[in-house]
Design a protein around this ligand. Structure first.
Ligand SMILES: Nc1ncnc2c1ncn2[C@@H]1O[C@H](COP(=O)(O)OP(=O)(O)OP(=O)(O)O)[C@@H](O)[C@H]1O
Ligand SMILES: [Mg+2]
Length: 365
């Protein structure tokens, strides 16, 4: 969180509120807006104020909540002891999980799509951000056709709801398209618009999965580094495991606190999977002093190929198949609090985009 301060005009642009609305909410929600060192009387607003005003706007304007309801919710949020003001305002943020690999074609997109659907079937609100610029994108496997992508949001001022495409089980898919490349060169107003939209998405989903594409490309690293947790997918193939180790090494160099878990895909059986895990984990322990999370495996299963070809996601079209059962076990592990949860890092996709911009501008994030 920066020490920046904002005039009321700037706050209008950042929150989408009118000045009169801001003054009104200031008066009504005064208890919640004067908590920082800076009093509102100073006539300047800081990041915390902006964040809370955005949250209030979201609850009232988008969800039609009453002033009393909002006060009740804010009171609950603020009772969370020990958390910073910003963290308290972020209580409802999504868990951001990035899925990546060293080598291509190891099953990332298959995992992202089926994971999303399996999570949705368990009642989670799920979003997919498809940051893969390759051909076999998430929408193809999900059998949907998004008309618009991130470029339309960045370039043409589209709103998030215009570019979000609804998939099976109500999952929300955002196609990065060429917009993923444009993230590196946003103007300030484009970035603010994007931040606002992403912030809204984060409040509307519980889990946001990012399909990053493969290799040590800028996209893979920037998305993986800023997610809460990273799933590295590999097959048993020697080249794939070597590349998995390389990407883990780079991720840890970028962020020593990263939470990284491994999924062994297309394995023959559990022993085969354990062998793959132990091979990579032993290297990580020895050379990087890091223990990987064992998130499980997916059996090699012809049903996967058929489902992908028919564009009928496996967990829906063939839920009893061996691979679909494996994906359900992976979901169990991901949802278990202890195994694969980064408690250190507050989830914030918006911060991710902000950090990208700062990184690209050469200023330390
Ligand atoms: N468990 C599995 N059993 C059998 N085939 C699989 C399995 N997982 C993935 N596949 C097949 O492997 C191929 C690659 O899968 P997928 O497109 O998901 O990989 P990817 O890592 O996203 O690739 P890319 O790096 O090109 O984005 C597909 O043909 C898919 O059907
Ligand atoms: Mg893919």
């Amino acid at each position: 969180m920066s020490n920046a301060t904002y005039s009321i005009d700037q706050v209008c642009r950042l929150t989408g509120l009118e000045a009169s609305e801001i003054r009104f909410y200031e008066a009504v929600f005064r208890d919640f807006l004067t908590f920082t060192q800076m009093g509102l009387d100073a006539n300047r607003f800081n990041d915390d104020h902006v964040q809370i005003l955005s949250h209030i706007r979201e609850l009232i304007h988008t969800h039609g909540r009453s002033i009393d309801d909002v006060k009740k919710e804010l009171r609950q949020v603020f009772q969370t002891k020990g958390a910073s003001a910003a963290a308290r305002a972020q209580v409802h943020r999504a868990r951001v999980i990035s899925v990546t690999s060293g080598k291509g074609g190891v099953g990332k997109t298959t995992l992202v799509c089926n994971l999303a659907l399996a999570l949705a079937r368990r009642g989670k609100r799920v979003g997919i951000f498809d940051a893969d610029l390759g051909l076999a994108n998430c929408h193809i496997l999900l059998g949907i056709k998004p008309q618009f992508n991130l470029s339309h949001l960045i370039e043409d001022g589209f709103r998030l709801e215009d570019i979000v495409c609804e998939g099976p089980e109500g999952i929300r898919v955002i196609s990065g398209g060429q917009g993923v490349r444009e993230l590196a060169n946003l103007t300030d107003s484009q970035r603010r618009a994007l931040l606002r939209e992403m912030d809204r998405l984060e409040r509307e989903v519980d889990v946001l999965l990012i399909d990053t594409g493969a290799g040590i490309s800028e996209n893979v690293l920037r998305f993986a580094a800023f997610a809460d947790e990273v799933i590295v997918v590999t097959t048993a193939n020697i080249a794939a495991t070597a590349d998995a180790f390389s990407i883990i090494k780079i991720l840890l160099e970028m962020d020593p606190a990263a939470k990284i878990g491994l999924v062994a895909n297309e394995v023959k059986n559990m022993y085969h999977a354990k062998n793959v895990f132990h091979r990579i984990n032993a290297c990580a322990e020895k050379h990087l002093d890091y223990g990987l999370g064992d998130l499980g495996h997916i059996l090699a299963d012809e049903n996967v190929k058929v489902a992908n070809q028919l564009r009928q996601p496996l967990v829906l079209s063939c839920p009893q198949s061996p691979a679909a059962q494996c994906i359900e076990s992976i979901v169990d592990t991901i949802l278990s609090e202890d195994v694969f949860r980064n408690h250190k890092k507050p989830s914030c996709f918006a911060e991710l985009i902000g950090a990208i911009k700062r990184n690209m501008a050469g200023v330390s994030a």
